[in-house]
Write a protein that binds this ligand. Structure first.
Ligand code: UD1
Ligand code: CA
Length: 459
């Protein structure tokens, strides 16, 4: 049987209270670089090939269950938080085959490749139990790995450790790989005679060694040990994730002017040759093509952006599509369901919502376009407004054909349609359909009263 075909179960411990977060949100749901930290851990497990993922929930269980509903995991409730061994016992361990990875829900920097590498080593070494360890400069509260003649003997929790033991720099990252059979056999042997009166999963190590099982440590990079217990650690984890993403983008040919001040979430893709200015923030499932420029303080969430697009400073884009060679901003807003066809131009202080905006069309300044279809080569003058929201509280549509010229400061009272090639005189309030190639002017006429001012002042 190849290693990938062996059964792999992952148990993620997420029942703890997270007291030090000082927040009403369950700890594992706090977002790290835009996603709940628990989701990061779950997706790392999935990416490593685990089909059977079990979450142990407790504090905030209802909310954690709800949030994790679409992740393809099963939740098991730990009624009372009696310690990490008790948490694992809640996950129906007698109903598992093959190998089991146990990990904490509050270690969001873990990646699929890390887990896959640990499992590979565990299998190649034919171990019964492996503990993933890291060597840290400041091991603080972590459990210490006690070795004799270089061989791991036990894990001692910081609270139970002697001064001598506290000097050990090798720590337990909280990730274990264990044969399902060993877990079922040895977990019930763990007691709670320790400083916290809890059932420590770490005791599995010494119990398995006594039972002459093959136990070893797998030494990993310190990032695996990065856990979140406080808001400061949460911010640090977020920072590290953004840093990692930016490094990868740069490796793939994206120009980043200031890597420390550029924020790109994990699910975002950016094409090579694109430039990211300081302070831009790219979220969710955003896709950005090649040779794009994203200037400072552009906030882009779940958008699809083609090649050679310029998003200028201070623009806010959500759930929109921007095709190749468009320019957007500075200070433009694209609200959901907006589509800009190729080479369109949206300038400063222009807001679009649910608009199909045609190829090479322009809205350069100070406009609101909502619920509209606008053809190709249209010039939308400064200050144009589609009046899409009527007194009956319904939304109505404005349709503007190709090659239309809309003079500045015009309003379209929807529903209304303007035919191809029509011209709208500046300052018009268009309430009726305009035929193709027609001129429509709908504004008060200008009148002149000669010498009006002189007469008034001589009276
Ligand atoms: C644990 C390890 C420690 C290791 C550290 C790595 C034990 C006894 N100690 O310590 O050796 O260095 O992780 O971060 O295992 N949880 C439950 N139910 C419980 C208790 C905890 O689900 O009853 C969950 C928590 O939500 C958390 C994880 O288990 O996700 C770890 O628990 P925590 O109390 O944070 O353990 P540490 O003291 O950090
Ligand atoms: Ca912890």
């Amino acid at each position: 049987m190849s290693t990938t075909e062996q059964a792999l179960t992952v148990i993620i411990l997420a029942a703890g209270k997270g007291t030090r977060m000082k927040s009403p949100l369950p700890k594992v749901l706090h977002p790290v670089a835009g996603r709940p930290m628990l989701e990061k851990v779950v997706y790392a497990a999935k990416g490593a090939g685990a089909r059977d993922i079990r979450l142990v929930v407790g504090h905030g269980a209802t909310l954690v269950r709800h949030v994790s509903e679409n992740w393809g995991v099963r939740c098991f409730e730990q009624k009372e938080q009696l310690g990490t061994a008790n948490a694992v016992a809640s996950a129906e361990i007698t109903d598992m085959d093959g190998d089991v990875v146990i990990m904490n829900g509050d270690h969001p920097l873990i990646e699929a490749a890390d887990i896959a590498a640990f499992v590979k080593e565990f299998r190649e070494e034919k171990l019964d139990l492996a503990v993933v360890t890291s060597v840290l400069k400041k091991p603080h509260e972590f459990g210490r790995i006690v070795r004799q003649h270089g061989v791991m003997k036990a894990i001692v929790e910081a609270k139970d450790a002697s001064r001598e033991t506290l000097k050990i720099n090798e720590v337990n990252t909280g990730i274990y790989i264990v044969k399902a059979s060993l877990l079922a056999q040895d977990l019930p042997k763990i007691g709670n005679q320790n400083a916290k009166g809890e059932f420590y999963l770490t005791d599995l190590v010494s119990i398995a060694i006594e039972g002459r099982k093959k136990v070893n440590a797998i030494v990993a990079s310190p990032k695996v040990a990065v856990g979140v217990n406080t808001q400061a650690e949460l911010a640090r984890a977020t920072k590290l994730l953004f840093k990692r993403k930016i490094q990868r983008l740069m490796e793939d040919g994206v120009m980043v002017i200031d890597p420390r001040a550029t924020y790109v979430e994990d699910g975002v893709r950016v094409g090579p040759g694109s430039v990211l200015y300081p302070g831009c923030f790219l979220r969710g499932h955003t896709r950005i093509g090649s040779f794009c420029v994203v200037e400072s303080h552009a906030f882009i969430s779940d958008c699809e952006i083609g090649d050679s697009v310029q998003i200028r400073a201070g623009s806010y884009l959500e759930q929109s599509q921007v095709h190749a060679k468009c320019t957007v901003g500075p200070y433009a807003r694209l609200r959901p369901e907006t589509v800009l066809q190729e080479e369109a131009h949206i300038g400063n202080f222009v807001e679009l919502k649910k608009v199909k905006f045609g190829k090479k069309s322009k809205a350069g300044h100070l406009s609101y376009l909502g619920d509209a279809e606008i053809g190709e080569n249209v010039n939308v003058g400064c200050g144009t407004i589609t009046c899409n929201y009527a007194a009956d509280k319904k939304k109505y549509k404005t349709r503007i054909g190709n090659d239309v010229f809309v003079g500045s400061d015009s309003q379209f009272v929807a529903p209304v349609t303007v035919g191809d090639g029509a011209v709208i005189g500046s300052g018009s309030t268009i309430t009726k359909d305009v035929p193709a190639k027609a001129l429509a002017v709908a504004r008060g006429r200008q009148f002149i009263k000669e010498n009006y001012v002189i007469k008034k002042t001589t009276e």
